[in-house]
Write a new protein. Structure first.
Length: 497
């Protein structure tokens, strides 16, 4: 896979997972946990009135104050970065005038979380350029966080051969961000040699490989044959003979090739982050214990939205639009129990309205869906609001029952994208992939990507500088890397190695 360093605007790995147990009632009422003591912008005297008896409740006044501060920092950092980096700016915008107009609207508080586009399969919802630039800002903030960067250094340090480790400083001896980045520059130079690892020859399916999606743990068959909204996540996999004769799966091997689960379809909703996170968790679970799981994207999206909200900072969890880093962070902090697909089957919502209405709902989301729970909210759970005192609103959500087995928790994550050394970030991603570790990432979608994919017919999309419209942001999972020189014969090589 030719991955241009210009494409990756975020790069995250899951540090660890573990299986958990949860309740098994038919429906559960969930009170989102929110640690009021973690908000530095509220005075201690005000906090003391709430700390003892309100930490299990979501308080709208405090949340708005906290989210606004973080969001402002992310937006300011993103604009600063785009102002200083013409190449990145020109990649996202057609010209300086487009950027200037966007910048005025963006800083002025205008926001659109999603963009609806049309392709041959119908409508698709992507994150808007507003949300995409905010994602960039959050990634840049993570890059400035010493703890996050040190974790990134520790992770890659463990993967280095012992003789190479001796060339760099042990993580325990690094005390500040300056020293950390200096040693990172040395590691980045060393990682280039991993690009030259020998290509693995093609092997037949291993015995433990789950070829049929129906055999994955948690698979949900179509709920009925009467509606296109009853296909759940539409899990599917090609027969080996049906893979394109110039495709990577047919011709090349890579460590995670037989540890990935079936392909799923997000359909008409802006839920790419939940599909990306689940794919990462399923891949790690498959790699570690040899079992193929199909997890519920609907549950994962619900958790990420109500605990973290969308990146807008205005309508929060009612808008579509999440980012990998923030979502993984709240899943980790809230000990969210990722469930099997059959516990809450995905709703494609093909008939959903294009925009959110004045009641913070997406009309027609539930049309033709026969699953256990649905509303016209983006997270599709039932929401109730209860007053709990001065400046306090308690939100309670009703969701399908959660299983007492075969569930997972995210217990660690790390953002390793570096704006000052994108090539080094790419080499770090390649090192993770060669070690059998999937990487969550995101990029901006251009119009030509649809045209090229449909025209070539072989699944390859060659990145190019283009003045095509920026259709919005999209999250995806990297599962392997194949060098330019090792691409199947007849496939156009990338211009960047």
């Amino acid at each position: 896979m030719n991955i241009s360093k210009k494409l990756i605007v975020s790069a995250t790995v899951l540090s660890s997972l573990h299986a958990v147990a949860a309740g098994n009632k038919r429906f559960e009422r969930i009170k989102p946990r929110f640690d009021l003591g973690s908000i530095p912008t509220i005075s201690e005297s005000v906090l003391e009135q709430f700390r003892n008896n309100k930490v299990e409740e979501r308080n709208s006044f405090f949340i708005e104050r906290a989210n606004t501060k973080v969001l402002k920092k992310a937006k300011e950092r993103a604009i600063q970065y785009l102002d200083e980096n013409w190449e990145e700016r020109n990649h996202r915008f057609k010209n300086d005038q487009d950027y200037t107009e966007f910048k005025e609207r963006f800083i002025g508080g205008e926001y659109k979380s999603t963009r609806v586009i049309e392709n041959k399969d119908g409508q698709r919802v992507l994150k808007s350029i507003f949300a995409s630039v905010e994602d960039l800002g959050f990634s840049l903030l993570e890059e400035q966080d010493f703890k996050n960067r040190l974790t990134s250094y520790e992770n890659i340090y463990k993967l280095l051969p012992e003789d190479v480790r001796n060339m760099v400083i042990h993580p325990d001896r690094i005390k500040d961000l300056g020293g950390l980045e200096y040693n990172f520059s040395i590691i980045y130079d060393l990682l280039k040699r991993f690009r030259d690892l020998p290509v693995i020859s093609v092997n037949p399916y291993p015995k433990e490989y789950v070829e049929s999606c129906e055999d994955e743990i948690g698979y949900q068959a179509p709920l009925s044959s009467t509606s296109r909204n009853n296909v759940a996540d539409n899990a599917a996999r090609c027969d080996y003979a049906d893979y394109h004769n110039k495709g990577l799966f047919r011709n090349k091997d890579y460590p995670l090739k037989y540890n990935t689960t079936c392909i799923k379809d997000q359909a008409n909703r802006g839920t790419c982050v939940s599909f990306t996170i689940n794919a990462a968790v399923e891949t790690i679970g498959y790699t570690h214990d040899g079992l193929a799981y199909n997890l519920s994207e609907q549950f994962t999206y619900f958790y990420a939205e109500i605990f973290g909200g969308s990146s807008s900072g205005k309508r929060g969890r009612y808008d579509y639009g999440l980012n990998n880093n923030k979502s993984l962070k709240v899943l980790d902090n809230e000990n969210a129990s990722l469930q099997l697909e059959k516990k809450w089957p995905y709703n494609p919502s093909w008939d959903m309205a294009d925009t959110i209405n004045s009641n913070d709902k997406w009309a027609n989301s539930c049309d033709g869906y026969d699953g256990p729970q649905c509303t016209n909210r983006a997270f599709q759970a039932r929401e109730e609001k209860e007053s709990c005192g001065w400046f306090c609103t308690n939100y309670i959500y009703t969701v399908p029952s959660r299983s007492s087995s075969n569930s997972f928790e995210v217990t660690g994550r790390n953002s390793f994208w570096s704006s000052w050394n994108k090539e080094g970030s790419l080499d770090q991603a390649i090192t993770y992939l060669n070690a059998g570790i999937p990487v969550l990432a995101g990029f901006d979608v251009r119009t030509y990507m649809y045209n090229k994919a449909s025209a070539s017919g072989n699944g390859y999309i060659r990145f190019q500088d283009s003045n095509d419209a920026n259709e919005g942001g999209h999250a995806f999972l990297l599962i392997g890397f194949v060098k330019n020189s090792d691409l199947p014969e007849g496939v156009t090589r990338a211009t960047e190695e």
